[in-house]
Design a binder for this molecule. Sequence first.
Ligand code: GRF
Length: 195
Amino acid sequence: RRLAVFCSGTGSNFMAVHKAIAERRLQAEIVLCISNRSQCGAMEFARRKGIDTLHISEKQFNGQEEFARAMIQALEAYGIETILLAGYMRKIPAEVTVAYRGNILNIHPALLPKFGGEGMYGIHVHTAVLAAGEQQSGASVHFVDEEYDRGEILLQGTVPVMEGDTPETLAARVLECEHRIYPEALEKLLLRFRQ
Ligand code: GRF
């Protein structure tokens, strides 16, 4: 299966999936890394691995339609079948989520449907989980639709909230969980296509 990853930051989820594809010989290949930040860690990693990169951001276009059209053209040019959002910090245009319905995943660092939605990203998520006094947190891989963090959940992993946790210590524990479940979620999706 031909995959594109969308990233904006370190790319640790991208790296975890890339490693799992190699080690578990998953019937998938990451052939394109798209980012709104050409110099982010994920794009550096892609270049090191010989994976094509595409820097694309709304700022380069006059309006959402042109931006969406350019994104779709790139995805079609690479024959992308499934999109993995992995630390991508921009909204995906509706044209793309509609065109790829059922084939676009995202990983969110909390147990959706709680602690999701616009504005709930990065450290804010863990701050909110601690403020709510949750005993556990975790990560969710879900299908992406036109609303933030609302699509069907494909796989979740849980981690305990520990005494004395700060948003940073919880974020680190959740990130490890993300690196475990994203590859598992991809395997689950690939199995669905085989049935
Ligand atoms: C992670 O917290 C993840 O939950 C979210 O983006 C953050 C950075 O991920 N999706 P990565 O290290 O760039 O994969």
